[in-house]
Ligand binder design. Structure first.
Ligand SMILES: [Fe+2]
Ligand SMILES: [Fe+2]
Length: 491
């Protein structure tokens, strides 16, 4: 019994570690690479071995098998490459999920040759588009439709075309859907659309197609009503198991993002009660970051939720941060130790990552915690330390990073820097003064190399500045000016 408890604890630790955002983008472990490679080989074998079924074997057959084998292997590698491009933070488990679904699809096609292709390809397309994005889902669908095993001869080209179009629609819509209700609509409308298409294209051209064959629901390609029922059931099952898949594979769907952005979530409630200043700062940053992300066409839902959680680490010691100080004493003055003060500031990143682990925040969200500070200098404390000892190392007064790895985390860093400065501006400040302040802060981040890995272009940085100015103009008239410290570099 004790051993079992120990094993369960060990599994839980491994699971929680899997959710932890890495400080630097880490390559897959060797064992993960090996598993992924073996799955690719398995998919290639399953999809091509029927070609060797001819006796006697001759060089022509072996050559044809080799070409198909390599072609499918190449498709699998392309799928991995595209999914990594679309999701830079994708982990090995998610790659295994994509390949696993392809393996299952190929296996079913081969061994259950009468299974409707609609039911084999469309539900996985929904899972992949929701979890990994439209591009990855479209690539998966293309590979699954192209690599149709030779043994399947009951599937007409028209049915495959309907399947391909339906799966593409699901892939495109699935990547955009923002709620479970819309998912439910898709799970009815797509099968219904497939039913009408089959009726128009297949039934009208070939009277051998039947409307339904309920006793053989699972093996009924061409029984158009049976296909409809089966697809609708599988789509609904997919929606039901989606939260389980999100949890097991760490998928970050739009629906989950919106759920996490609910301000009644325990962690956000705790922040609003125990660190109201930080919570207010967070809401203002949300406004700035959302507008800028919308302007450059980034992921607004991701940045909104990421912004809400970016400073949760301040919960460990709220009154050490300027926005939570009521204007009386500043504990940093009492401490009078710039190195310790710098450690307390760095701690809001480390403690934030601990909380992200504890509350199981998905990796792309948790990466906002270290990346919004990047390797920025804690200028105020460095200056204080230099006054005491001019030889003090600058590296002690820099956050540990990593610097922003995506456009979204870079925008959050810029919004974080500009928010305090814009908040501190006089109510009668001009637009010119505001844009000068914004430009100065962004330029200093750029010159410090903080944006070098974020992929933000010059044009996008220009748009970000403009959108920050627009937000500032919007909130200026209702802004309450409150005292700010000269050392407002605490944020
Ligand atoms: Fe911060
Ligand atoms: Fe912040």
């Amino acid at each position: 019994m004790q051993n079992l408890t120990w094993l369960l604890k060990k599994i839980n630790i491994l699971w929680v570690r899997g959710q932890l955002p890495s400080r630097l983008p880490t390559p897959f472990q060797k064992i993960d690479n090996l598993i992924i490679f073996l799955i690719c080989i398995l998919i290639s074998i399953i999809s091509s071995f029927k070609l060797l079924d001819f006796k006697p074997l001759n060089p022509e057959i072996v050559f044809s098998w080799s070409v198909t084998f390599l072609e499918i292997l190449f498709c699998c590698i392309s799928l991995i490459y595209i999914s990594k491009k679309e999701n830079p933070t994708i982990n090995a488990r998610q790659i295994i999920l994509i390949l696993g679904l392809l393996l299952i699809a190929q296996g079913i096609k081969l061994n259950f040759s009468t299974f409707s292709p609609l039911s084999i390809i469309v539900p996985p397309a929904l899972i992949i588009s929701q979890g990994m994005g439209t591009l990855t889902a479209l690539t998966w669908v293309s590979i699954a439709c192209i690599n149709w095993p030779g043994s399947v001869n009951l599937v007409s080209n028209n049915l495959l075309l309907i399947t391909f179009i339906s799966a593409c629609i699901v892939s495109i819509l699935g990547g955009k859907i923002r709620g479970r209700a819309q998912l439910l609509q898709i799970s009815i409308l797509v099968p219904f659309g497939a039913l009408i298409s089959q009726w128009i294209i297949l039934f009208a051209n070939d009277k051998n197609y039947r409307y339904y064959n309920i006793p053989n629901l699972l093996i009924s390609p061409g029984d158009i009503f049976s296909d409809f029922i089966l697809l609708a059931i599988l789509m609904l099952v997919t929606i039901l198991i989606m939260p389980i898949l999100e949890s097991i594979f760490g998928l970050l769907t739009k629906a989950r993002l919106l759920e996490l952005a609910d301000q009644e979530k325990p962690l956000l409630r705790k922040l609003s009660v125990e660190a109201p200043g930080t919570f207010e700062h967070t809401l203002l940053i949300c406004g700035l970051a959302e507008e800028a992300t919308r302007m450059i066409g980034g992921d607004v839902d991701l940045i909104r939720t990421g912004a809400l959680y970016h400073d949760i680490g301040k919960l460990h010691a709220p009154n050490w941060f300027i926005e939570n100080q009521t204007g009386s004493t500043n504990p940093h003055d009492k401490l009078d130790n710039p190195i310790l003060s710098a450690e307390i500031l760095q701690d809001h990143v480390d403690k934030g990552l601990n909380l992200a682990r504890k509350y199981r925040l998905p990796k792309p969200l948790a990466s906002f915690i270290p990346e919004h500070q990047g390797t920025l200098k804690m200028g105020y404390f460095l200056h204080k330390a230099k006054e005491k000892n001019s030889a003090v190392s600058e590296s002690i007064f820099r956050y540990k990073g990593p610097i922003p790895q995506s456009k979204e985390t870079a925008i959050l860093m810029l919004a974080d820097g500009c928010e305090a400065a814009l908040r501190a501006m006089k109510i009668d400040a001009t637009d010119h003064e505001a844009i000068t302040t914004i430009s100065k802060i962004i330029k200093s981040r750029e010159n410090d190399g903080q944006l070098s890995e974020s992929n933000l272009s010059k044009a996008e940085i220009f748009l970000i500045k403009k959108s920050f100015l627009n937000v500032w103009k919007r909130i200026r008239h209702r802004r309450i000016q409150y005292p700010t410290s000269k050392n407002n570099t605490f944020s």
